[in-house]
Design a protein around this ligand. Structure first.
Ligand code: MGD
Ligand code: MGD
Ligand code: MO
Length: 758
C-alpha cells in the first residue's frame, strides 16, 4: 500500500501533446540506446534495423518499405528502445540469482526485473528451494524431456508462445507439441488479434488483412484508423499516413481518446518534421464510446444503404455484391430495422456526425480500414470486425488497389507464428501436411487457448508449462488468478531473454532458459544462421543478428526447442539436423505450409516475398460458400450501471507490452508513474472526485469484484462514461471469465469499474 502511494504521489501530469514524434522522440531513443548499449554498439546495431542483411526490428509488426526506399535509420523511437533493451550490456548472471531469493524477486515489479539486464545462463529452481541455481544445458534439456515423458496424458502439457519467435523457432515448437500429442499451443494472439482472425476467416476466408504498404501510401483516398494508437505502438505507420495525407487522402480516426499522433505528426526522417509544424494527419476524430464501434459501423452501413435507396445504383457496388458476395439481403434487412436513438446511445455518436461520415465514405473510391486492440478486446469484438468487413464489402473495397481491411499486428512475428501452426485449433489441412511430411499422426482435438490454459491449470489439469518468450503471468487477465494457476504446475519452463514476473510464478520446480535475441549472431554447427519473419502485410523476409551474443551461455530458441525434442524423442524427426541448420527447417516448412515454395531462394529477393492472399490477389474468397460473406451483427455494447465507468486498458508510450522501459507517457503528458486512471473531467465531477485524487478501481463482474488500490485520477478528455488505465498494472481488474464471443479473447478494453476512495 505504501509503495503504491509513493508511486501515485510522484506522478506529474502536464498537458497532452498535440503532436507526435519530432525531435523529442529522437532524443528519447538515443538516450535509451546510449545508456543501455554505449556508443559503438548503438551505432552498429541501430543502422542494421530493418535493412537487407540486417535484422527485423523486434518491436511491432509494421511492414518495411521497399529496400530502395529505406532510410539509414529505418526504425522509430520505440523500435530503438526495444533494440537497446535487448542489446543492453547489463547482465543477470548466476551471481544475481545467488544474491536474490525468488521471494525477494517476486516483490519487485517487472520494470525492475527486466532492467537488471539479459539472462546469461540456464538456471533451475529445485522443489522447495529458495533460489534459482545454475544448471548445465544438457541437464536442463533432459529434465524437461523427463517430465514430458512422465506425463500420463500429453494434454497435461501447455506450450505458450509470444509473438517474437521466428518462423523457424515457431515451426519446431509446434512440431514438438504435436509430436508429443497435444494441440495446447496458446499464444499472445489469443489476447491480441484473435478476434480479427476469427472475423476475417468467417467473412473473407483468410484470417489476415489484404492490403499492402503501397495501398496505404499511394492509393487509398480514405483511411480509417480505428481503435489504434499508432504514434506510440506503430510509429512508422505515421510515415505512411503522412505520405497518404500529402497526396490528398483523408484520414479518420475512431477513438475515445484524442491521441497525439492524430493531431500533428512531425516526421523525424525529414527536415520539415524536425523543425516545422508537421503534418495534420487526421481530418476527423470520431470520439466513439469504448465498445461503441459495432453500433457506429452498423449506423454507417445503414446510412450508406439509405443513400443507395434514395439514388439506386450510385452508392453501393452492386456488381461486386452480386458477383462476389452472399448474405447481402439479410444484412440489408437487419440494417433497415435499426433504430437511430439506440445506435446513438450505444456508439455515443450523434446521427448527424454519422451522416456526415457517410457522405465522406460515399465520395471515396478506395477505402482502407486499419485497426488494432481498440476493436479486438471486447465481448462483441468478432461481430464488430465483421461489421467493418460489411462496411468494406458494401462499396467493393476489397481486392483492388488502395482498399481493404488492415488489422495492424502487434508483436513483430505474431502473424508468422500463426502461419507456422502456433494455433490451438490449427485446421486439418495443416495437420495433414505435418503428417505427410513427418510420418506421425498429429492430434486432432483442439488444444487450450490462453484463457482455457489458465482455467485448466486452476483445475489441476496441467503439469508442465513451457513458454517460448512472453510474460504470461503479467500479460494474461486476472493477474492474481493467473499467478495462482501457474503455481499449480509441477514444472514451469521459460525460454527468455530477460527475467520477468512469469519466471517467478513458478511450479514445483522451474527452469529459466536464456536465449539469443534477434539482434545477436546465431552460429550453429551448420554455420551462421538467419531466421525469417512475416509482417502485418504478409511479407516474409530474413533477419540476421549482427551483434556478438551477450553471453556464451545463450542458445538460440531453435536450438533449445530442438534440444528438448531430441532429449525426449531421439532423432525420430531429425531434430538434430534442424537445430544445426535452419535451412532444413525451411525445407520442411516449404512442403507443409502453402505459399512457401522456393522459400530459401526467395529470401534473396530484395525485401523478401509476399504470401498469397486470394481475396487480394484474385477476388477469390476461400469461405464455406466461396463468396465474401455479409453477416448480420445486431448492435450491442456493454451496459454500464449508474455510477460506473467502462475502463479500457492500454499502452503508455514507454513500454512494450509488459516490458516497461520508463515511467513516462510523453504524448499524454503523464510523467513519473503508471498507476493512473484517465477519466473525463465531467465524469470525474459527477462521481464526486477531482483531478489528483487517489482512487481505488473496483471492477464488477458476475463472479465478484476485483480491486487495485490508490491510482491517481487524471482529468483527461475521453468519451463520456469511459476511463483508461495502463496494461499490465490494470490486468488485476480483467476477469478471466470475461472474454469475447467466438475468439475467447479477454475483454481488456471493456471492464466495468467504479471508483472508490481508498
Ligand atoms: N511501443 C510499443 N509498440 C507496440 C506495443 C507496445 O506495447 N509498445 N505493443 C505491440 C502489440 S503486441 C500490439 S497488439 C499493438 C497494440 O497497438 P494498439 O492497439 O494501438 O495498443 P493500445 O495501447 O492497446 O491502444 C488501443 C487504442 O485503442 C483505443 N480504444 C480503446 N478502446 C476502444 C474502443 O472501444 N473503440 C475504439 N475505436 N478505440 C478504442 C485506445 O484509446 C487506444 O488509442 O502494438 C504493438 N506495438
Ligand atoms: N489488460 C491488457 N492485457 C493485455 C493487453 C492489453 O491491451 N490489455 N494486450 C495483450 C496483447 S495485444 C498481447 S500481444 C499480450 C503480450 O503478451 P506477451 O507476448 O506474453 O508479453 P510481452 O510483454 O510481449 O513479453 C515480454 C517478455 O518476452 C521475453 N522476450 C523478449 N524478447 C524475446 C525473444 O526474442 N525471445 C524470447 N524467447 N523471449 C523474449 C522477455 O523475457 C520479456 O520479459 O498481452 C496481452 N495482454
Ligand atoms: Mo498484441
Amino acid at each position: 500500500m505504501e509503495a503504491e502511494q509513493i508511486d501515485a504521489g510522484a506522478i506529474r501530469v502536464g498537458t497532452p501533446k498535440r503532436s507526435a514524434v519530432g525531435m523529442p522522440a529522437i532524443a528519447s531513443s538515443m538516450e535509451h540506446a546510449l545508456e543501455e548499449m554505449g556508443v559503438r554498439r548503438s551505432l552498429k546495431v541501430l543502422t542494421r534495423v530493418n535493412h537487407d542483411g540486417g535484422f527485423d526490428c523486434p518491436s511491432c509488426a509494421w511492414p518495411d518499405p521497399d529496400p530502395e526506399h529505406r532510410r539509414l535509420a529505418e526504425f522509430c523511437e520505440n523500435g530503438a528502445k526495444a533494440v537497446a533493451w535487448e542489446a543492453t550490456r547489463k547482465r543477470v548472471d548466476a551471481g544475481f540469482f545467488a544474491r536474490h531469493s525468488v521471494a525477494e524477486l517476486r516483490s519487485r515489479d517487472d520494470h525492475w526485473l527486466e532492467a537488471n539486464g539479459r539472462l546469461t545462463d540456464p538456471v533451475y529452481l529445485a522443489p522447495g528451494a529458495t533460489h534459482f541455481e545454475p544448471i548445465a544445458w544438457d541437464d536442463a534439456l533432459r529434465l524437461v524431456a523427463d517430465r514430458l515423458r512422465g506425463l500420463p496424458d500429453p494434454d497435461r502439457a501447455v506450450f505458450y508462445t509470444s509473438g517474437r519467435a521466428s518462423n523457424e523457432a515457431a515451426f519446431v515448437y509446434q512440431l514438438l507439441a504435436r509430436r508429443l500429442g497435444t494441440n495446447n499451443l496458446p499464444d499472445c494472439s489469443n489476447m491480441c488479434h484473435e478476434s480479427s482472425g476469427a472475423a476475417l476467416s468467417a467473412t473473407i476466408g483468410i484470417g489476415k488483412g489484404t492490403v499492402t504498404l503501397a495501398d496505404l501510401e499511394d492509393h487509398a483516398d480514405l483511411i480509417f484508423v480505428v481503435g489504434q494508437n499508432p504514434g506510440t505502438n506503430h510509429p512508422r505507420m505515421l510515415t505512411a499516413l503522412e505520405k497518404a495525407k500529402r497526396r490528398g487522402a483523408r484520414i479518420v480516426a475512431v477513438n475515445p481518446l484524442p491521441e497525439a499522433a492524430f493531431t500533428r505528426f512531425r516526421n523525424p526522417q525529414v527536415a520539415r518534421g524536425l523543425i516545422g509544424a508537421g503534418t495534420v494527419l487526421t481530418d476527423a476524430i470520431v470520439p466513439v464510446r469504448v465498445n461503441g464501434d459495432l453500433a457506429l459501423f452498423a449506423a454507417l452501413n445503414r446510412a450508406l444503404l439509405e443513400r443507395e435507396d434514395r439514388q439506386p445504383g450510385t452508392v453501393l457496388d452492386g456488381a461486386f455484391i452480386a458477383t462476389h458476395c452472399d448474405g447481402f439481403e439479410a444484412a440489408a434487412a437487419a440494417w433497415r430495422q435499426l433504430d437511430w436513438p439506440a445506435l446513438e446511445r450505444l456508439s455515443g455518436i450523434p446521427r448527424a456526425a454519422v451522416e456526415e461520415l457517410a457522405d465522406t465514405v460515399a465520395g471515396a473510391e478506395r477505402i482502407v480500414v486499419c485497426w488494432a486492440m481498440g476493436l479486438t478486446q471486447h465481448r462483441n469484438a468478432v461481430a464488430t470486425i465483421q461489421e467493418v468487413v460489411n462496411f468494406l464489402l458494401l462499396r467493393g473495397n476489397i481486392g483492388r488497389p488502395g482498399a481493404g481491411p488492415a488489422p495492424v499486428r502487434g508483436h513483430s512475428n505474431v502473424q508468422g507464428d500463426r502461419t507456422m501452426g502456433i494455433w490451438e485449433k490449427a485446421p486439418d489441412a495443416f495437420l495433414d501436411g505435418l503428417r505427410d511430411e513427418f510420418g506421425f499422426e498429429p492430434p486432432r482435438h483442439h488444444g487450450y487457448d490462453t484463457v482455457r490454459a489458465i482455467e485448466a491449470m486452476r483445475a489441476g489439469r496441467v503439469d508442465v508449462f513451457v513458454a517460448l518468450g512472453g510474460n504470461f503471468a503479467a500479460a494474461a487477465p486476472d493477474t492474481a488468478v493467473t499467478e495462482a494457476a501457474l503455481a499449480t504446475c509441477a514444472l514451469t519452463v521459460n525460454i527468455a531473454t530477460k527475467l520477468n514476473r512469469t519466471h517467478l510464478c513458478h511450479g514445483r520446480e522451474a527452469l529459466v532458459l536464456p536465449c539469443l535475441g534477434r539482434t545477436e549472431r546465431d552460429v550453429r554447427p551448420g554455420g551462421e544462421q538467419l531466421v525469417t519473419v512475416e509482417d502485418s502485410m504478409s511479407m516474409v523476409h530474413a533477419s540476421r543478428g549482427r551483434l556478438a551474443p551477450v553471453s556464451a551461455g545463450l542458445r538460440s530458441e531453435v536450438a533449445i526447442v530442438t534440444g528438448i525434442a531430441a532429449a525426449r524423442f531421439g532423432e525420430d524427426l531429425g531434430w538434430g539436423s534442424m537445430g544445426d541448420d535452419y535451412r532444413v527447417i525451411r525445407k520442411h516448412i516449404e512442403r507443409v505450409v502453402p505459399g512457401f515454395h522456393a522459400f530459401e531462394e526467395r529470401l534473396d529477393q530484395p525485401g523478401g516475398f509476399v504470401l498469397p492472399r486470394p481475396p487480394r490477389d484474385a477476388r477469390t474468397f476461400p469461405t464455406a460458400t466461396g463468396k465474401a460473406r455479409f453477416t448480420v451483427n445486431p448492435p450491442t455494447a456493454v451496459e454500464v450501471p449508474d455510477g460506473h465507468l467502462l475502463l479500457q486498458t492500454l499502452r503508455a508510450h514507454d513500454q512494450f507490452n509488459t516490458t516497461v522501459y520508463g515511467l513516462d507517457d510523453r504524448y499524454r503528458g503523464i510523467k513519473g508513474g503508471r498507476r493512473i486512471v484517465l477519466v473525463d473531467p465531467a465524469d470525474l465531477a459527477r462521481l464526486g472526485f477531482a483531478d489528483g485524487d487517489l482512487v481505488d478501481l473496483v471492477s464488477v463482474f458476475d463472479d465478484g469484484e476485483r480491486r487495485v488500490r490508490a491510482f491517481r485520477a487524471v482529468a483527461y478528455p475521453t468519451a463520456p462514461g469511459c476511463a483508461a488505465a495502463y496494461f499490465p498494472e490494470a490486468n488485476v481488474l480483467v476477469p478471466l471469465g470475461s472474454t469475447a464471443e467466438v475468439s475467447n479473447t479477454p475483454t481488456s478494453k471493456s471492464v466495468v469499474i467504479r471508483l472508490e476512495r481508498p
